[in-house]
Design a protein around this ligand. Structure first.
Ligand code: GDP
Length: 365
């Protein structure tokens, strides 16, 4: 499964956010894989469509799809210089698929800031610079390895060197690798480098309780949004403290609390949805009287690959998929009506799934 790593300077609210995630964690009975690492939190992906399907099919069991966050503690200035903890921190980020960067936007004189004041852009730059330095190190090492080969025209070393030099220039200008565009061929090399600053990023503005109804009234939030815009990144405003409380409540109490706060969706749910989208993840459904279930797939996957998410046998023996869309079901209300309207399709091996597809896989065992 893909995972998003939660990073940030000390005292910005990472542990509080991660507690919220742990409080919201799925039941291990439904997800036996979810009982692993204490630094990993597995949460449901909020999706009203699954509720609508349950209304129609009234299944015995409902299983939402999940998403995983990893708590990555321990960033200190100088991490990229390879001192103990710093190294481990970078290695942990390397294993994630996206970065969720928590940035302090709340004022609280009782909680010290490591750099003396609340300043979201300075904080983001502190972290991002460490990641940039680490990538620069990776790139320079690789340049050292292939420079000679590139001069003698050995293989495609010259082409690779061009990519590396492009990266070096960008990183030296304090810009992340994700700010560059790469061709398909270049991406193959990039995979081998496993750079940190190429991972997609999303910022979490951790705000005070008083700001949560109108985040744009908090100037720290606005500067962060402005900064992130230059990178093409999103900012999710949350109050980690409130999220921690919300996540511990039962649905009914949660709804009452949210109404009091004047919010329609919890910050955590918003963060889950946005991170999911950031990673190009989509959802398909399987439905029936026994079970309605949501499944995560990556945009661009074919029907057999989607079948393989449920079971490798489904992929191996794939014959075809019978499919219709959630939207069509909402119009026609039943499978019988869909069939009559010709909205149920038979799709083969090359079919690429769409978000909201309802799938039945036919396969040989
Ligand atoms: P970490 O070091 O980044 O993991 O930060 P913590 O989650 O331990 O939070 C540091 C301190 O800030 C704790 O005392 C939290 O209670 C407090 N804190 C976290 N989020 C908020 C918030 O939204 N508002 C306020 N006032 N305090 C917060």
């Amino acid at each position: 499964a893909l995972t998003a790593g939660i990073v940030g300077l000390p005292n910005v609210g990472k542990s509080t956010l991660f507690n919220a995630i742990t409080n919201a964690q799925v039941e291990a009975a439904n997800y036996p894989f979810a009982t692993i690492d204490p630094n990993v939190g597995v949460v449901e992906v909020p999706d009203h469509r699954l509720n609508d399907l349950v209304e129609i099919f009234k299944p015995k069991k409902t299983v939402p799809t999940t998403f995983e966050f990893t708590d990555i503690a321990g960033l200190v200035k100088g991490a990229s210089k390879g001192e103990g903890l710093g190294n481990k921190f970078l290695a942990n980020i390397r294993e994630t698929d996206a970065i969720v960067e928590v940035v302090r936007c709340f004022r609280d004189k009782d909680i010290t800031h490591v750099d003396g004041s609340v300043d979201p852009v300075r904080d983001v730059e502190t972290i991002n610079l460490e990641l940039i330095f680490a990538d620069l190190d990776t790139v320079e090492k690789r340049i050292g390895k292939i420079e000679k080969k590139a001069q003698t025209g050995d293989g495609d070393a010259k082409e690779e060197l061009d990519v590396l030099l492009k990266l070096k220039e960008t990183l030296e200008a304090s810009k992340p690798a994700r700010s560059l565009e790469f061709s398909k061929e270049e991406k193959v090399w990039l995979k081998n480098y496993n750079l940190l600053t190429i991972k997609p990023i999303i910022y979490v503005a951790n705000m005070g309780e008083e700001d949560i109804e109108n985040p744009q009234d908090n100037p720290f939030f606005n500067t962060l949004v402005e900064y992130a815009k230059n990178e093409g990144a999103d900012v999710v405003p949350i109050c980690a403290k409130i999220e921690e409380e919300l996540a511990a409540l039962e649905d009914e109490d949660k709804a009452i609390f949210m109404e009091d706060l004047g919010i329609e969706e919890s910050g955590l749910d918003k963060l889950i949805r946005e991170t999911y989208a950031l990673l190009n993840l989509k959802t398909f459904f399987t439905v029936g009287v026994d079970e309605c279930r949501a499944w995560t797939f990556t945009d661009g996957m074919t029907a057999p690959e989607m079948a393989g998410i449920i079971h490798t046998d489904f992929q191996r023996g794939f014959i075809r998929a019978e499919t219709y869309s959630y939207d069509d079901l909402m119009v026609h209300k039943s499978e019988a009506a869909l069939r009559e309207a010709g909205k149920i399709r038979q799709e083969g091996k090359t079919y690429k799934g769409a978000d909201g597809d309802i799938m039945f896989f036919k396969f040989n065992v």
